[in-house]
Design a protein around this ligand. Structure first.
Ligand SMILES: *Cc1c(COP(=O)(O)O)cnc(C)c1O
Length: 368
């Protein structure tokens, strides 16, 4: 048996007619930039999330960059970022001239640990960026009260958390803004790069909309300088065709996660993902902690099971951040997780047989 890490072809086949038609129709509008489907997708995503504004962008990294820029994050500022996440969360802070300050993650949820945030706050701290990693909601209740009491901006990276819920609200609607990526393998994925900013703040919404369109809302209306980071109309058409299926795809991911966890719960060499009771985990990734992780990964690969490490190095251990002079042990939980974490295949079209095969091979590896 072969179990690929993701199977984009399977998702395409399940709605091929609708996708082909959406793309063909969009081509014939010849409005490849700022076409009607772009705003149509934004409106749909706004109502799906119960957010006032969705502003689409070229990708999820640009969404983060635009938010930091438009909130005035600049040289001399510090932004608290989890030490264990994708580099976008830190590089966009640096791009604004500010400094990313890494805080350690919670050992159970792998998201920013509220207690660690407090230790990193200084007079220069301007914002806290939480990441709903793997689809798990960050500890929003605690982090919101820290940000309120210390007067810090709260931002959410929802690139892995489309329709993740906590305390009966969607991720992305707690802070001043949430950012999403629609990279092809995300829970909602375009056929190329794509992203958006979500916010309830009218002023920020207009600034972001201007920033990513050269400072203009309409042609020649350049209030300021900006950049060029817009969603293509073709990608908007793809996302519009996929959005109605997102809830069901997420539900399928959750069922698969439950199957994995049921079969792996008693395996003492594996730690299954923790699921917070007051939250809906959308399982962008099903990541376990595994003893002898690298050997297990090799064993599974030989058996046809493709796995990936998200992420092999915590941000403070990357060469890009050597100027911060952090030692691996400065962020002990992030450091431990990078060595033990392993993402197993998960996508809506995965079969029960494939899940059983993955689990059986994991158990076989430890019994050898
Ligand atoms: C995918 C991802 C991003 C970046 O999204 P792009 O669209 O690839 O720029 C940012 N943060 C996290 C946590 C991600 O997983």
């Amino acid at each position: 048996m072969v179990v690929p890490f993701v199977d984009l072809a399977a998702q395409y086949r399940s709605i091929a007619t609708a996708l082909d038609e959406a793309i063909r129709n969009e081509i014939h509008t010849f409005q490849f930039i700022r076409g009607k489907k772009v705003r149509a997708f934004e409106e749909n995503f706004e109502s799906t999330l119960n957010a006032r504004h969705c502003i689409t962008t070229g990708n999820g990294t640009d969404a983060l960059f635009a938010v930091f820029k438009c909130l005035g994050v600049t040289a001399g500022d510090e932004v608290i970022v989890p030490a264990f996440t994708w580099i976008s969360d830190a590089e966009t802070v640096s791009l604004c001239g500010a400094t990313p300050v890494f805080a350690d993650i919670h050992p159970q949820t792998y998201t920013l640990n509220p207690a660690e945030i407090e230790k990193k706050i200084t007079a220069k701290t301007k914002a806290v960026l939480v990441v709903h990693l793997y689809g798990q909601a960050a500890h929003m209740h605690e982090i919101q009260s820290i940000c309120e009491s210390k007067n810090l901006l709260l931002l959410e990276d929802c690139a892995q958390a489309h329709l993740t819920e906590t305390n009966n609200r969607y991720a992305g609607t707690f802070g001043v803004a949430g950012t999403f990526s629609f990279y092809p393998t995300k829970n909602l994925g375009a056929f190329g790069d794509a992203g958006c900013v979500v916010t309830n703040n009218d002023t920020l919404a207009e600034k972001v909309r201007r920033f990513n369109n050269h400072g203009a809302l309409e042609k020649e209306d350049h209030e300021t300088e900006g950049t060029n980071s817009r969603l293509d109309s073709l990608q908007a058409a793809v996302l519009l065709a996929k959005l109605p299926h997102l809830k069901q795809w997420n539900a399928q991911r959750s069922e698969h996660a439950k199957r994995y966890s049921d079969q792996l719960r008693d395996e003492s060499n594996i730690v299954i993902p923790f699921v917070r009771p007051d939250s809906k985990h959308t399982f962008h990734l099903y990541a376990v902690r595994a003893k002898h992780r690298d050997k297990l990964q090799e064993y599974l690969s030989d058996k046809g099971v493709q796995t990936i490490v998200h992420y092999p190095r915590a941000l403070h251990n990357l060469p890009a951040y050597r100027h911060l002079h952090l030692k691996p042990a400065d962020l002990p939980v992030a450091n431990m997780i990078q060595d033990e974490i392993l993402s197993l295949p998960i996508y809506p079209e995965l079969s029960m047989e494939q899940i059983a095969y993955v689990c059986q091979n994991i158990k076989d590896f430890y019994r050898k």
